[in-house]
Every structure is written in C-alpha cells, then in structure tokens.
Write a protein that binds this ligand. Structure first.
Ligand SMILES: CC(C)(COP(=O)(O)OP(=O)(O)OC[C@H]1O[C@@H](n2cnc3c(N)ncnc32)[C@H](O)[C@@H]1OP(=O)(O)O)[C@@H](O)C(=O)NCCC(=O)NCCS
Length: 136
C-alpha cells in the first residue's frame, strides 16, 4: 500500500524526486537535469502531494500552484511506472483537491495521458493557451 500526504516542496530531496520523474517518464518533458532549476520548481510549487510506500519509497507526486480558493493549476502528475495503474494517480489528485476544496483543477495533459484525464472525470477544455517562457 501507499500513503499520500501534503508536503512542503522545498523540503523534498531533489535527487529523489528527479529519480521519480525519470521512473515515470515525465522527466522527458521536465528539466530534471538542471538541478538548480528543478529545485526551484519543487520549492516554488505551493501545493505538493507525495505518495510513498509503507517503507518510505517515493512512488508518486502531484505538483500544483493554488490560490487555495478559486483555482489549482496541476503542473506535474507522475507515478513510478512500476506502480502505475493501481490508483496512485487518482489518490494524488484526490488529496490535491481536498487541500483546496473550492478550487477548480486545471492542467495540460502529457501526450500519453490524454485518455487518462477523461477516464477519471476531467472535462476537456478547448481554449487553453500558452506562451513560452522568456528564457534566462
Ligand atoms: C498518467 C499517470 C499519472 C496516471 O497515474 P496512475 O497511478 O498510473 O493512474 P491510476 O492508477 O490512478 O489510474 C486510474 C484509472 O485510469 C486508467 N489509466 C491510467 N493511466 C492511463 C492512461 N495513460 N490512459 C488512459 N487510462 C489510464 C487506469 O487503468 C485506471 O482505470 P480504472 O480505474 O478503470 O481501473 C501515470 O501513468 C504517469 O505517471 N504517467 C507518466 C507521466 C505522465 O504522463 N504524467 C502526466 C503528466 S500531465
């Protein structure tokens, strides 16, 4: 079994979390090898939920930014491939929602997860818009 809990992102072990991103495949689309930038990603997210096995192994994470009231932006959802398909992702989202119950949850799906979100109750939105970062 596993346990999901709300944690402080800045308190996480950056290498441990980078290992999870790699084990989930999300590392292909996140700057995990830029350790300083990845550490800022973890520290800057104000709603971070982790899933750990009973013996403490990190097997999942949901990393969000929320105002605690109106909206929660879920940036990264990652589950170790060895533990996928057992309900860990669903549980991480449940705990994320419970941390800000009035807030709607918004995310951009990874290509491999486009069928996952409707499966667990999300509604498709056809007017999402993005701008790239300005760079360094
Ligand atoms: C997408 C991901 C977070 C899902 O987490 P998970 O713990 O494997 O999912 P769950 O076990 O909670 O799945 C719940 C249900 O969705 C289904 N499901 C899981 N992954 C799916 C996928 N990629 N596509 C469609 N359905 C999926 C499960 O079979 C399960 O169905 P059931 O309730 O009918 O049995 C996880 O597979 C992952 O980390 N993928 C790689 C990284 C990634 O793409 N992250 C998303 C970034 S936006």
């Amino acid at each position: 079994m596993w346990k999901c809990e709300h944690v402080v992102g800045a308190g996480l072990d950056v290498e441990e979390v980078a290992g999870l991103y790699r084990a989930s495949t999300l590392a292909e689309r996140r700057p995990v090898d830029d350790v300083e930038r990845f550490a800022r990603m973890l520290a800057g997210a104000n709603l971070v939920v982790t899933a750990r096995t009973d013996d403490g192994r990190l097997i999942g994470i949901a990393r969000s930014m929320t105002d605690g009231s109106y909206v929660t932006y879920l940036s990264d959802l990652a589950v170790d491939a060895e533990f996928q398909g057992r309900g860990v992702g669903r549980d991480l989202i449940r705990v994320t929602r419970e941390a800000a119950p009035q807030a709607k949850l918004i995310l951009l799906s990874a290509p491999g997860a486009v069928d996952y979100y409707p499966h667990i109750g999300f509604t498709h939105h056809d007017s999402a818009w993005t701008l790239p970062g300005l760079g360094a």
